[in-house]
Design a protein around this ligand. Structure first.
Ligand code: SF4
Length: 361
């Protein structure tokens, strides 16, 4: 049997039953692929169902208020992907009459659609003979065929693309691409694959040469960078102050408390004399009710070390009012906030907001 026959046979016995596999609606496939780029299937399933329920059509996504979109996406990370998908939906409304086009070349022009998602939609929904290559596909092909080109280089990507096109089942490109993805997710997994029960064990280059840990060739490892955040949760007359993060680095469009970012982790006393501190709390009556421990929050390429200050003010300075919006304390859970802030709110007993230790002034 050739590669595709073995693969399709394996898929016939092992395919995952997933809601986005039961549909040829290209919009649903688009949503599922974007969600699955950042989370595992078990967790992504819930997000997918909620997303489709909240925004059942491209039009409803295009017209959704940003807050509603962020709320549904909350916790998934990579928030720019949700915003790009919405921008893409708006393009589809304007340029394609609200329907996703059927060719890869048109799909790839839509904002938020990269080569993988455009390939997935074109092949799954429209049966176009194009690859949908993600990390799973690089891994399987590198191991079985002994491809030593790096998937992180343009030349390497081209080599893998050519190989998939040679192997592809031209009659059923949708099944072929889905089978590759499932094989990578279930059988040829990154660490300790179960080679003894693999249908390719007889021909697998990596298995025969004991190179499973070395294929695919790895890219340069990015050293995670540490960042130091000091959040100030102001309390005044049952309200706090927040703003929507505009910075493009992380958490764009999510809400957060006034933030002082420093180059290193400073002692609380050192934070409380910074000009940015005064900008937030002013120089009037300031009672620091609580200073948290440092919360560590790991993102893909950076670790956020965050400390939270709970501060009570008698009068709110203009510099705070002008830059931040007032929000009743009880409404914070309705807003889309970074998971780090959720963890802080969940970790600290409510009593601390009102009876914490006075560590300042
Ligand atoms: S033999 Fe092992 S490494 Fe090779 S394809 Fe199968 S599971 Fe992957």
């Amino acid at each position: 049997m050739d590669f595709k026959s073995i693969l399709i046979k394996w898929y016939g016995q092992n395919a995952r039953v997933l809601p986005w596999r039961q549909t040829s609606d290209p919009y649903h496939i688009w949503v599922s692929e974007v969600i699955l780029q950042q989370t595992r299937v078990a967790q992504g399933l819930d997000y997918y169902l909620r997303f489709i329920e909240a925004f059942p059509t491209i039009q409803s996504l295009a017209e959704a208020p940003l807050d509603a979109l962020m709320k549904v996406w909350q916790g998934l990370g990579y928030y720019s992907r949700a915003r790009n998908m919405q921008a893409g939906a708006q393009m589809v409304m304007e340029r394609f009459g609200g329907k996703l086009p059927s060719t890869y070349n048109q799909l790839i022009t839509i904002k938020g659609l990269g080569p993988y998602s455009a390939g997935a939609i074109a092949s799954f929904a429209f049966k176009q003979q194009v690859p949908a290559i993600d990390g799973n596909v690089y891994r399987i092909l590198a191991r079985i065929f002994g491809v030593f080109a790096s998937p992180f280089t343009a030349g390497g990507k081209k080599e893998f693309h050519q190989l998939v096109m040679e192997l592809m089942d031209k009659e059923a490109p949708d099944t072929f691409n889905q089978a590759l993805l499932d094989f990578g997710a279930l059988q040829c997994v990154p660490r300790s694959p179960n080679c003894n029960e693999c249908p390719f064990v007889g021909i697998c280059y990596a298995y025969r040469n004991n190179l499973i840990d070395q294929l695919p060739v790895k890219g340069k490892k990015l050293i995670p960078k540490d960042r130091f955040f000091n959040y100030i949760m102001v309390k005044h007359a049952g309200n706090t102050y927040i703003n929507r993060r505009e910075a493009s680095d992380i958490w764009n469009s999510l809400y957060e408390f006034p933030l002082i970012e420093t180059q290193e982790m400073l002692a609380p006393e050192a934070i409380m004399v910074l000009p940015q501190w005064v900008e937030v709390v002013g120089k009037g009556d300031v009672v620091v009710r609580y200073v948290s421990e440092v919360f560590k929050h790991k993102l893909s390429h950076q670790t956020i070390n965050a400390r939270f200050f709970i501060v009570e003010l008698t009068v709110v300075p203009y510099s705070l009012k002008s830059k931040y919006q007032k929000a009743p304390m009880g409404t914070l859970s309705n807003l889309s906030t970074p998971r780090l802030i959720d963890s802080f709110l969940a970790a600290e007993p409510a009593s601390v907001y009102f009876h914490g230790t006075n560590t300042g002034d």
